[in-house]
Design a protein around this ligand. Structure first.
Ligand SMILES: [Fe+2]
Length: 361
């Protein structure tokens, strides 16, 4: 899949978006800050992340507020956006450049890399530190562009996994290394682009598999419907039915995290023509359900697309997607339906076979 000039062509992404965001390496940033025209440092992280550490003399605009707050930023100074590890700052800089801030850039590797390379006095975040609630482990598969998620309660050591890939070994290793007890395997929907991994993981852990009540799954499973929850430790997953990409699509929420599967991707929405979904259903799910969640909701999709670097944590916020997502900004229901109907890459040749195999086991 893909070639050197085309790092990841996935059938869920229409095009690689144009225009690269300049990245500023930590040492380069230090030189700029000590130079005659220091850039404005813009922290785009959440309030919670900022509380832990931030750079001196910066400005703070959480990324979910940025689309409506760009008016208060200076146009006569370079701006360097930063976050924890890099990816949110890149998207912030992309937005700023699209709005005429031609000197906007992003700090490569985020404050974490800056602390490592430039300023060891800055504390570096370590997993499990402090009162951070559930811990999220994003588990990417660079070969397919899929993202699975392990969400854990660090006190009870219980975990759930969402959309695991077919090779159980790395997940089992993560579970073993963290001494996590897996209590649920959840499929956000019936996948058409890759083999699902619930069967292998269930065989190895005996954790129950959960799917939508609308899923035609033929293997042993438990069903979920709107408003239901699954407990893990003292946390819970809340179920939101969001049909559209497929009829059996679920969005899964843990506190402020929304695991949006292929209903809402970063910058786009998952196509609706590889199964039993439809653009109308997707429009209803977005406007009546998903987009009613607050702006600060963190969006964790099931796929990452071209130009989105890994392994830094890949996420967005609902506020940012509301303002910048191409699919969500078509202007009308009719235009959205046209967008979801036309212009997609060819369907994967074997998608019907993959769907059938995923339903069987
Ligand atoms: Fe999908």
């Amino acid at each position: 899949m893909g070639s050197p000039s085309d790092p990841l062509r996935h059938p869920f992404f229409r095009t690689a978006r144009e225009g690269a965001v300049p990245l500023i390496a930590p040492k380069e940033l230090r030189e700029l800050l000590e130079g005659p025209t220091p850039p404005l440092l813009l922290d785009v992280r959440s309030e919670t992340e900022r509380r832990w550490v931030h750079l001196a003399n910066d400005r703070h605009l959480p990324i979910h507020t940025l689309p409506r707050e760009t008016g208060q930023l200076p146009r006569d100074r370079p701006i360097v956006a930063y976050d924890h590890l890099g990816p949110q700052a890149r998207r912030a800089a992309e937005l700023l450049r699209s709005r005429g801030f031609d000197r906007a850039a992003a700090l490569e590797g985020g404050i974490d890399e800056y602390a490592r390379v430039v300023d060891p006095t800055l504390p570096r975040y370590r997993e499990g530190e402090g009162e951070r609630g559930p811990l999220l482990h994003q588990l990417p598969r660079p070969d397919t562009g899929c993202l699975a998620y392990l969400v854990t309660d660090p006190v009870a050591r219980e975990a759930i996994i969402i959309d695991p890939g077919p090779d159980a070994a790395p997940y089992l290793e993560t579970l073993r290394a963290g001494t996590w007890h897996l209590v649920a395997i959840v499929e956000s929907h019936t996948h058409a682009d890759h083999r699902a991994g619930h069967a292998a993981l269930h065989a190895a852990t005996d954790a129950p598999i959960y799917v939508s009540r609308r899923s035609p799954a033929q293997y042993p499973h438990r069903t979920l419907s709107d408003g239901e929850t699954i407990d893990f430790g003292s946390e819970e997953i809340k179920v939101l039915e969001t049909p559209g990409h497929t009829r059996d699509h679920l969005t899964l929420r843990v506190r402020d995290f929304a695991f949006t599967g292929d209903t809402l991707l970063i910058g786009s929405c998952g196509r609706t023509d590889l199964g039993d979904g439809s653009p109308d259903m997707l429009w209803e799910s977005l406007t009546e359900k998903l987009l009613r969640l607050p702006d600060e909701t963190e969006v964790y999709p099931a796929h990452f697309g071209p130009r989105h670097a890994l392994p830094a944590r890949y996420l967005s916020t609902l506020g940012f997607e509301r303002a910048t997502n191409e699919a969500l900004n078509q202007g009308s229901r009719e235009a959205f339906i046209r967008y979801m109907t036309e212009g997609w890459p060819p369907k994967p040749a074997d998608f019907e076979r993959i769907v059938q195999a995923n339903l069987e086991g």
